[in-house]
Design a protein around this ligand. Structure first.
Ligand code: ZN
Length: 407
C-alpha cells in the first residue's frame, strides 16, 4: 500500500472511532486506580481486556506476585502482540494514577473541548489512543512486517517494582524491540531523554540524655550537620555539570542534589536527640552513570563512618538516566507523523523526572515519549486533556507504527 493511501486510511479510521475513544477514556478515568494503594486495578485491567477482545486482539494478563510484602493488593500487567514476525514496536503505558485531590476526579466530564478527571492527562487518554491506533491498523488491513507489542502496567507512579521492573526481571519486557513509544503527558514535545535518580534517607544515630546530663549523650543533630555539610561540599561540583540534551530554562540543565526534602529528629528541646534523619535526592543527567554517581555518594558516607559518625542509609528509589538522539530513525518517524497531523515538527526535550523509557533503553531499545496530555496539569486538582489531542495521538501512533513496520 502506498504511504499516502495508508495515511488517508488511518486518518479516516480514527475519525470514525472518535466517540468510542472518548467514551472508553471516560470509562478508564472513572475507575479509581489510585496509587497508592492500588485497590481497583482489577476492574481497570478487566475493561481494557474487554476492549481488546471487542477489537479482536489476543492478550495475556500477568498476575504479578507480591515480592515486596508492602502492598497486599494484586497487581496485573497486560501484554498484547499484533502483527506477525519478530521485530516489535512497543506501545507502553501505565494505568495507575496519583491519588485524587477532590472527590469529583473519578467522575469525568467534558467542558470546552476538554475532558476533565484524574488520569485524563497522565495517562488514560494515552492508553485509549494506543489501543485505538492498533484497532485502526488492524481494520485498515495494513500488512505489517513485524508486530506492535502493547504493554500496560501498574505502579508507574511509585517506581514500577511490580509493573515494568517485574517484566524486566522475568524477561517479558522489550523482547525483539525495534523501538518504544509511550503516551506520557509531554505537552506537545517529544521526550527523548530522562534523568535518573538515587533517592536516599540518611539516619544519623546519637545517644539520648537529659539536657542536665547532656555530657552523657551523643547529639545526632550536630552529627547530621557534619553529614549535611559534607554533602553541600560536593553539591557545587554536581551542579556545575550540565546536560547537552535540551531542557528549559538554562538552570534545568544542571545535575541535581536535593538535600533535606524531608527531615526529622529529636523528641523535645531538653533532650539530646538520639536520631536525626533527612533525605537526599540525587538526580543524574543522561550523560552521568548511575553506578558511578551512587558509588561516589556511598564512598562519602563510608568516609564519614570512618570519622566516627554512626549512620544508616535507606535507598528509597533508583533508576537510570537515558537519552537517544533526535535524528534516530524511530524519533524521526514519530516527529514526521506528528508533522503530518498537526502541521509542524515537534521539539525535543529531556523529561525532568524519571521515565519508564529507562526500562527499554537499558536493553538498547530506542524509546520516546509523546502523549496527548499536559505535564503542567497532570497530578493536579484540575487535570484535563484536550479531546482533539487524544484523536491526534491515536492517529500519530498508528502512522508511526505503519511507517516503521511496513518499511
Ligand atoms: Zn504517567
Amino acid at each position: 500500500m502506498h504511504e499516502e493511501a495508508i495515511k488517508n486510511l488511518i486518518v479516516e479510521k480514527i475519525s470514525s472511532y472518535q466517540s468510542e475513544i472518548l467514551d472508553f477514556t471516560k470509562r478508564l478515568i472513572s475507575i479509581p486506580t489510585e496509587n497508592p494503594l492500588g485497590t481497583s486495578y482489577k476492574a481497570c485491567v478487566d475493561i481494557i481486556a474487554k476492549k481488546l477482545h471487542e477489537i479482536g486482539l489476543d492478550y495475556t494478563i500477568i498476575d504479578v506476585p507480591d515480592i515486596t510484602d508492602r502492598n497486599p493488593f494484586p497487581r496485573y500487567c497486560l501484554l498484547s502482540f499484533n502483527g506477525k514476525g519478530k521485530r516489535t514496536l512497543y506501545f507502553h503505558g501505565h494505568y495507575d494514577v496519583v491519588p485524587a485531590q477532590n472527590d469529583t476526579q473519578f467522575r469525568p466530564y467534558v467542558e470546552d473541548g476538554k475532558l476533565y478527571g484524574r488520569g485524563s492527562s497522565d495517562m488514560k487518554s494515552g492508553l485509549a489512543a494506543m489501543i485505538y491506533a492498533i484497532k485502526a491498523i488492524k481494520e485498515s488491513n495494513i500488512e505489517l512486517n513485524g508486530r506492535i507489542g502493547l504493554v500496560i502496567v501498574p505502579d508507574e507512579e511509585t517506581g514500577g517494582a511490580r509493573g515494568s521492573q517485574y517484566l524486566v526481571e522475568t524477561g517479558l519486557l522489550g523482547k525483539d524491540g525495534i523501538g518504544m513509544l509511550m503516551p506520557e503527558p509531554t505537552s506537545g514535545m517529544i521526550w527523548n531523554a530522562n534523568r535518573g535518580a538515587i533517592s536516599l534517607r540518611i539516619t544519623v544515630k546519637g545517644k539520648p540524655a537529659h539536657v542536665g546530663l547532656h555530657y552523657q549523650g551523643v547529639n545526632a543533630f550536630e552529627r547530621m550537620l557534619v553529614v549535611a555539610n559534607a554533602l553541600l561540599e560536593v553539591k557545587a561540583d554536581i551542579e556545575s555539570r550540565k546536560t547537552d540534551f535540551k531542557i528549559e530554562p538554562e538552570a534545568a540543565r544542571r545535575s541535581i542534589l536535593l538535600i533535606g526534602g524531608r527531615s526529622e529528629g529529636g523528641t523535645n528541646f531538653n533532650i539530646t536527640p538520639a536520631e536525626c534523619s533527612f533525605t537526599v535526592d540525587r538526580r543524574i543527567n543522561p550523560e552521568e552513570d548511575l553506578e558511578t554517581e551512587k558509588k561516589s555518594l556511598f564512598d562519602l558516607f563510608d568516609k564519614l563512618r570512618r570519622d566516627g559518625i554512626d549512620l544508616d542509609i535507606e535507598i528509597l528509589q533508583e533508576g537510570r538516566s537515558t537519552g537517544f538522539p533526535e535524528d534516530h530513525p524511530v524519533a524521526k518517524t514519530l516527529a514526521d507523523s506528528v508533522k503530518l497531523i498537526i502541521g509542524r515538527i515537534p521539539s525535543f526535550e529531556m523529561c525532568p523526572g524519571l521515565l519508564e523509557i529507562r526500562f527499554y533503553a537499558q536493553q538498547g531499545i530506542p524509546s520516546f515519549a509523546y502523549g496527548p496530555g499536559l505535564l503542567s496539569v497532570s497530578h493536579g486538582p484540575n487535570e484535563f486533556v484536550k479531546i482533539k489531542k487524544i484523536y491526534n495521538c491515536a492517529t500519530i501512533y498508528a502512522l508511526t507504527a505503519a511507517q516503521l513496520l511496513t518499511s
